[in-house]
Design a binder for this molecule. Structure first.
Ligand code: HH2
Length: 280
């Protein structure tokens, strides 16, 4: 049985070109302050990334990615961050440096396919990892993506990647899986994955979901990227109810509130918190 506990992963993008917050936290001090703010809002994990994976994004050289993420991770640790630090990278050299700086989770959107060395780094360091599904690569992934059946195809992919990771020496209980919402998927593909998430829960590993501010929410609501919080919350609550347990979001405080209410409803138990008004 899936436990009711959930974790929220706050996004810390140290990039000039991320799709929703590109350029806002390129200065390491701004990125660290943002990470600490997300932690104070309830983030259990801070996902520090130095390369955008938005559709059409061009690859970033390892040296530049290292320059962006390592100082931010070092300073988050120095500032006493209690959240788990994750590095959003597909490069072994970046993962290794981030783990040395204090990260303990590698979030690899290529599911260990981008760099043959990365699995060994994660295994040797005993780190956690997240393996995500993506069709193609960010440059081409939104050009007419097709599946036999998107949920079965993503499930088979994640099952194969899980076996690959374990064969490479990564402990199975350190692995999380992610269907990769928006990575080579149409609106209909994303909705099918969210609707049938329970089929992926059957793989037996915690599921990570990243819908935050993504374009399929804009296509449904007609809202611009800065105005997709309501749609983000709707998808996260539904994903929670269907068994996802880690939620990667930009807007931590409102999503934590929504998931606390969802979890209380599902489990019929909660920890009371005081409010300033006592009316109903
Ligand atoms: N989505 C993005 C980046 N990394 N990692 C996981 N595991 N799951 C996701 O859904 C996911 C991810 C894209 O969001 P963002 O980081 O805000 O944008 P960009 O790639 O443009 O930096």
């Amino acid at each position: 049985m899936t436990s009711e506990r959930f974790r929220v992963m706050g996004v810390v993008n140290v990039t000039p070109d991320s799709f929703s917050d590109g350029g806002l936290y390129l200065d390491p001090r701004a990125a660290v302050a943002h990470g600490l703010l997300l932690e104070s809002e309830g983030a259990d994990i801070l996902d520090v990334g130095g390369e955008s994976t938005r559709p059409g994004a061009l690859p970033v050289a390892a040296a530049e990615e290292l320059r962006r993420v390592v100082p931010v991770i070092e300073r988050l640790i120095a500032e006493g961050a209690r959240a788990q630090i994750s590095v959003d990278t597909s490069k072994a050299v970046v993962a290794a440096a981030a783990l040395s700086a204090g990260a303990t989770l590698v979030n690899d959107v290529t599911a260990l396919r981008g760099d043959p060395e990365i699995a060994g780094v994660i295994a040797d360091r005993g780190a956690d990892c997240c393996l995500m599904h993506m069709l193609g690569d960010p440059r081409t992934m939104q050009q007419d993506p097709r599946y036999e059946d998107v949920v079965s195809d993503v499930k088979a992919f994640l099952e194969e990647r899980l076996a690959h990771a374990v064969a490479a020496g990564i402990a199975e209980d350190r692995i999380m899986l992610d269907p990769g919402i928006g990575f080579g998927k149409t609106v209909a593909h994303n909705l099918a994955l969210l609707r049938r998430l329970n089929e992926l829960v059957a793989l037996g590993r915690p599921l990570v979901i990243g819908t935050s501010r993504k374009s399929f929410i804009g296509r449904i609501t007609g809202r611009d990227v800065d105005d997709r919080l309501a749609g983000t919350i709707a998808t996260n609550v539904l994903a929670y109810e269907r068994g996802a347990r880690v939620f990667r979001v930009h807007d931590v405080a409102p999503v934590v509130d929504a998931l606390n209410v969802a979890a209380a409803t599902v489990s019929a138990s909660w920890t009371p918190k005081t409010t300033t008004s006592s009316t109903r």
